[in-house]
Design a protein around this ligand. Structure first.
Ligand SMILES: CC(C)(COP(=O)(O)OP(=O)(O)OC[C@H]1O[C@@H](n2cnc3c(N)ncnc32)[C@H](O)[C@@H]1OP(=O)(O)O)[C@@H](O)C(=O)NCCC(=O)NCCS
Length: 167
């Protein structure tokens, strides 16, 4: 699976169609505002926060990050093409998001999830996300990744005599 930055002209219509399906799953019965989505998507793409995942040149999923806080990456949206659900792509995209947070030196990954979305809930819990706020139908979850970069740093800076910097 390959990741690339999303391109508005190339990807917007496909992402819009996928987002409509996600909206039905997570916000059934509530109006989807296409103009608002398009505007936000364009801004997200312009900021380099939207990624497309492809296999053999075909889009299989996408990811939208918010980097509004220096220490936090918020997963604004993750989605896998319906025909590929249950094949582990969602897990791999989540792991890529977490790896991105680690590589950028952030301490926390957050997301919001609709409680009735059992597949997403299972995925996030199995990756170690914990509930930090109950908002009725939805809840906010977080994963603390602060220890991961610290461990990587100790290995990288280990001296030849075996002592470790930064302990
Ligand atoms: C949520 C989503 C990204 C998961 O993608 P996916 O590729 O199916 O995920 P994976 O195959 O990696 O893993 C799904 C996990 O849920 C489990 N699962 C599948 N169906 C399930 C169900 N009905 N209830 C609970 N768990 C379920 C799978 O067994 C798997 O867990 P495992 O790895 O421990 O076996 C995908 O369903 C999706 O795009 N949904 C629509 C958009 C959406 O709702 N996004 C989340 C917004 S918060």
């Amino acid at each position: 699976m390959e990741r690339r930055a999303a391109d508005y002209r190339r990807d917007a219509e496909r992402l819009l169609a996928m987002q409509r399906l996600s909206w039905e799953i997570n916000f059934a019965g509530r109006g989807f505002r296409e103009a608002s989505f398009r505007m936000s998507l364009r801004a997200g793409i312009d900021h380099g926060d939207v990624f497309v995942y492809e296999e053999a040149g075909q889009m299989v999923g996408w990811l939208w990050l918010d980097r509004y806080d220096a220490g936090i990456i918020h997963i604004r949206h993750i989605q896998v093409e319906r025909e590929h659900w249950g094949t582990g792509i969602g897990r791999r995209i989540m792991e890529d998001a977490i790896a991105t947070a680690v590589s950028e030196g952030r301490h926390t990954v957050t997301l919001n999830v609709t409680k009735s979305n059992a597949r997403a809930m299972h995925l996030y819990q199995s990756l170690g996300f914990r509930v930090i706020a109950d908002e009725g139908e939805r809840q906010r979850m977080k994963l603390d990744v602060a220890r991961v970069p610290a461990r990587v740093g100790r290995h990288r800076h280990r001296d030849v005599d075996g002592s470790e910097e930064g302990r």
